[in-house]
Write a protein that binds this ligand. Structure first.
Ligand code: SF4
Length: 265
């Protein structure tokens, strides 16, 4: 008789830590962040370019919020990641677990096994942060998600163009009754026609879906990976763009990255 072998799933991680969410619908809440390695996009404004490739090691916070990181090697076996999350999960501290990156959906096969276990053990809701362009992978983990923050990448700002993928992805989130919102990074170079297209696309799925316009945060690290200068939009620009989008959808909020103001990770 041939013995059955089971392979322990693994994932390549960048870091695990506890912090205050600085963006979107969950702004101000406390989350356990699991930052996955790898991204298939190359946004000009990326502040996480260190996640693009698979690093040999990851850093793991020992005590929630104390930044007492330990270095561990990649890839990380699933039971070890569960242990690290349990270590972070002090009673009453966290509101949810954030899957971030990089692009977490590049780890969908791992997540199909990890998410049901981590939900059962912690009882915490699961929030996915994503580029919003991989609906096939989203479909694999839908049953284990509570909320999704998806990006619309404007070609004039990000250099990426994924209109059809964004539309499909948003429709799938909405049809699955997920708590979904859309985040759009805007800079002085933003093409208003792309904002109008975004608003119309959201309205077709549901005018009730919240959209967050996030003025780009100029960062030394971004400049390091891109020769394109990213300037935050002017006050007049954001007022005009919000008014434009509110012609299509109900909730358009303008919020900068608050975790950068608080000097959070
Ligand atoms: S999707 Fe996110 S991690 Fe990937 S390049 Fe764009 S901003 Fe960076």
């Amino acid at each position: 008789m041939i013995a059955k072998t089971t392979v322990t799933p693994t994932a390549r991680l960048v870091e695990v830590f506890s912090a205050i969410q600085g963006e979107g619908l969950n702004v101000g809440t406390r989350q356990i962040f699991i930052r996955f390695a790898l991204c298939d996009l190359r946004c000009h404004f990326c502040d996480s370019a260190h996640t693009w490739n698979a690093p040999a090691t990851c850093r793991i916070e020992r005590s929630p919020g104390l930044r007492d990181f330990e270095i561990h090697s990649n890839p990380v076996p699933l039971p070890i990641l569960i242990e690290w999350v349990e270590q972070q999960n002090l009673p009453c501290l966290h509101d949810s677990i954030s899957l971030t990156g990089g692009e977490p959906l590049l780890h969908a096969p791992f997540l199909t096994q990890f998410l049901p276990q981590v939900r059962a053990i912690t009882g915490l809701p699961i929030y996915l942060e994503t580029g919003g362009h991989r609906s096939e992978q989203l479909a694999m983990i839908l049953p284990y998600l509570d909320s999704v923050g998806m990006d619309f990448k404007l070609p004039s700002v990000s250099g990426e163009s994924h209109w059809q993928e964004h539309a499909k992805f948003l429709q799938l989130c909405h049809d699955s009754y997920l708590n979904v919102f859309v985040k759009i990074i805007v800079s002085q170079n933003t093409d208003p026609g792309e904002l109008e297209r975004s608003a119309s696309l959201v309205a077709k799925v549901s005018p009730d879906i919240p959209v967050f316009l996030q003025p780009v945060t100029p960062l030394a690290v971004s400049e390091q990976f891109s020769s394109i200068l990213m300037l935050a939009p002017t006050p007049d620009q954001v007022l005009t763009w919000q008014a434009l989008m509110k012609g299509f959808i109900k909730h358009v909020r303008v919020i900068p990255q608050t975790h950068k103001m608080l000097n959070q990770l």
